[in-house]
Design a protein around this ligand. Structure first.
Ligand SMILES: Nc1nc2c(ncn2[C@@H]2O[C@H](COP(=O)(O)OP(=O)(O)OP(=O)(O)O)[C@@H](O)[C@H]2O)c(=O)[nH]1
Ligand SMILES: [Mg+2]
Length: 311
């Protein structure tokens, strides 16, 4: 496909068109993803998550600028859980990242979650694969930390930045241990505001209490809006990437995620088969009636159903 060769050559427009194709057309998506598979697996994927308004986009903007200054190519996927739409940029992000968007080494895409309740959709993962194949050195996924997105980001990103802000106070105690455990780097943003030191201390204490000490995540104070602390943060990101590579954790993490993805792929195909059988034969209702009337139990119905699928 000509579009793919242009994308592999690093053409931004070709990237954008492929992402749109992958989002809108499942058959096209599979064709594209099959073709680009061999070129994926090289990008460092960074997830930036945290509460609404914590400064994730501002932080992303500054981190990306720092990486671009080193000559790196960076892709950004901003996931908006409130929007079912994709393609267009979210207004706030567009303003904050306006000058970045013009940089030939930066690609920005905003995506909705398509009703997956804040989770990352498969479209996010597919877009990621395209940017990976296109040769972006770093790909940053920005998600608002609402439940499912935090769980999903672990399955997608190599390095996870948990962004926090001063003044969380007692709230910090209520942050679930599970959420603390997914952060690879804790970022206290808005350190220009009162209470940043206290928040940092509290996060440090929480980490000391909850983490197994295989690797103690660093806590970095930054003021994204003033570009303060960004150099330290970028260096912690690189430390984490080095740690993942030298410890074998990167390979392990990616292998586990790949297993999940393969199972998901098989499950979704099986679901299609089940749906086509139950609707086309319109048998489901009469079977359910039999269950209700105690003529059959649901396990008998299941087994009979599976037998017809296998035939
Ligand atoms: N005081 C202060 N304000 C900041 C800092 N960083 C960002 N902000 C402000 O915080 C507000 C939210 O910033 P965003 O970058 O849009 O935050 P976000 O986390 O991406 O927001 P959502 O994507 O809507 O969840 C903006 O008004 C920023 O100017 C900081 O370091 N200090
Ligand atoms: Mg944002």
């Amino acid at each position: 496909m000509e579009l793919i060769s242009r994308m592999l050559a690093g053409e931004k427009r070709a990237c954008a068109r492929l992402i749109t194709a992958v989002e809108n057309n499942p058959e096209e998506a599979e064709k594209i993803l099959r073709e680009i598979h061999a070129f994926t697996g090289n990008a460092n994927v960074i997830g930036i998550t945290g509460p609404p308004g914590a400064g994730k986009s501002t932080l992303t903007d500054k981190v990306v600028k720092s990486l671009v200054d080193e000559g790196k190519k960076v892709g950004i996927i901003a996931v908006d859980p409130t929007s079912p739409y994709s393609g267009g940029s979210i207004l706030g992000d567009r303003i904050r990242m306006q000058d970045l968007a013009l940089n030939p080494n930066v690609f920005i895409r905003s995506m909705g979650t398509r009703g997956q309740l804040g989770g990352l959709s498969k479209y996010t993962k597919n877009a990621l694969k395209i940017l990976d194949a296109a040769g972006y050195d770093y790909i940053i996924i920005e998600t608002v930390g609402v439940g499912q997105s935090e769980v999903d980001i672990v399955k997608t990103a190599d390095t996870i930045l948990m962004v926090m802000v001063p003044g969380l106070g007692d709230d910090i105690q209520s942050i679930k241990a599970g959420i603390m455990e997914i952060g690879d780097i804790f970022v206290i943003n808005k350190s220009d505001l009162f209470g940043a030191d206290r928040t940092a201390t509290e996060v440090n204490m929480m980490l000391d209490l909850t983490m197994s000490m295989e690797r103690r995540p660093p806590v970095v104070k930054v003021t994204a809006s003033k570009n303060e602390g960004i150099r330290e943060l970028v260096s912690e990101i690189k430390n984490h990437i080095d740690y993942l590579k030298t410890s074998g954790k990167l390979e392990e993490r990616r292998k586990n995620n790949m297993k999940l993805e393969v199972v998901e792929l098989i499950e979704s195909e099986l679901r299609k088969i089940v749906i086509s059988h139950t609707t086309s034969e319109n048998k489901l209702e009469s079977e359910v009636n039999k269950i209700i009337n105690k003529e059959k139990n649901m396990y008998e119905v299941r087994d009979e159903f599976l037998r017809t699928i296998k035939e």
